[in-house]
Design a protein around this ligand. Structure first.
Ligand SMILES: Nc1ncnc2c1ncn2[C@@H]1O[C@H](COP(=O)(O)OP(=O)(O)OP(=O)(O)O)[C@@H](O)[C@H]1O
Length: 336
């Protein structure tokens, strides 16, 4: 790794609500998460678990009808970004925190070439050497298997979904931000390109000394590139720890279910067992107790009334009443 300016990030007690016909409901409920400087952290979890809302919160970019209701996002060198607004916030986004949001494929301006948008981005962040910026952009695009000069001369409609996604990744990296947030960066890419792009993200991460957060549905992606893995469910981080440990010896019953649901290329494909039931929506989220209990094989009486607090042992944090419980839990049942 080169000399590192990688920032640490500490999310504390973060509650984000969305306004719904039933009132403001929490999509994140008191989330805590630490990103260690220089690491790649993955966030996994089913659709609706709050992954994108957390990513947006790192840039204080939650849009109405959502809002950050409580909590803080401390980024080394920037302070609590929840307290930033206006020009301070604009400067942070892009220059200090690079990001690709989920809809990156569609976020380019259709009227301008990619190169023109790159120059606009550079100027808006007072980049002194725009030629160097273009060189860097071309190099990044080249590494991702694209003809950099040609892509910079193209408009959005001349690029495929996968090409646009790579342009998004280039734009996230090109301003040399030291914290990079990638929300589902490779969904429009086929499997082989996906693996290549993620390796490039990992290489650039190491070369430039970044702190990186990658949100993905895909446990394979998480296993391949991340150092640390956070598992989200129902607006909570239910387990977090070193990726090899979380995947190798998952402790939370949700993580165990997610891993059991991964189809494997070798062995009996029938061994992959879908996690029974569905994750809650904002409207169906239990107001008290553990939000996972309806799907949990380890459910106990306490789970109906008390939301389990995250407990940290060593490098692992788990929020589950049954983990570390000495007696056999009463209502245990196996996954169907
Ligand atoms: N603009 C919005 N208005 C109302 N509810 C929203 C809005 N955006 C997200 N939500 C709700 O907040 C919860 C968390 O959504 P979020 O998109 O953060 O989850 P996610 O884990 O990123 O899901 P996905 O993997 O599908 O992107 C979900 O229940 C979702 O329906």
């Amino acid at each position: 790794m080169t000399e590192s300016f990688a920032p640490g990030v500490r999310v504390r007690d973060l509650t984000v609500v969305y306004k719904t016909p039933a009132g403001e409901l929490p999509a994140l409920a008191g989330v805590g998460l630490t990103l260690a400087p220089g690491t790649i952290t993955g966030i996994v979890g089913e659709s609706g678990s709050g992954k994108s809302t957390l990513a947006l919160s790192l840039l204080n970019a939650v849009q109405p009808p959502g809002r950050i209701k409580e909590g803080s996002v401390e980024i080394d060198g920037l302070g609590d970004v929840v307290k930033l607004d206006g020009e301070d916030l604009r400067q942070v986004r892009g220059r200090k925190v690079g990001y690709v949001f989920q809809a990156a494929q569609n976020s380019l301006n259709p009227l301008k070439t990619v190169g023109k948008q790159l120059l606009d981005l550079g100027r808006s962040h007072d980049v002194a050497d725009l030629q160097a910026l273009v060189r860097d952009a071309r190099e990044l695009l080249g590494r991702m298997g694209l003809d950099g000069a040609r892509v910079l001369d193209s408009h959005q409609h001349e690029l495929s979904g996968g090409m646009r996604q790579r342009v998004g990744i280039m734009l996230a990296l090109v301003l040399n931000a030291h914290l990079v947030v990638l929300d589902e960066p490779t969904t429009a890419l086929d499997m082989i390109t996906q693996a290549t792009i993620l390796r490039i993200v990992r290489d650039v991460h190491h070369e430039r000394g970044l702190t990186t957060l990658i949100i993905t549905h895909d446990m394979g992606v998480a296993a391949e590139v991340t150092d640390s893995l956070a598992v989200m469910y129902g607006g909570r981080v239910v387990e977090h720890g070193p990726t090899t440990e979380v995947l190798g010896a998952p402790q939370h019953p949700y993580t165990q279910g997610l891993i059991r649901a991964i189809p494997r290329l070798s062995g009996d494909i029938d061994e992959a067992r879908a996690l029974p039931g569905r994750p809650p929506t904002l409207g169906t989220m239990p107001r008290e107790g553990c939000v996972f209990r309806e799907r949990c094989p380890l459910r106990m009486d306490v789970c109906d009334t008390v939301d389990p607090a995250p407990v940290t042992r060593g490098e692992r944090t788990v929020a589950c009443h049954a983990v570390g419980h000495q007696v056999s839990p009463p209502r245990r049942k196996e996954y169907a």
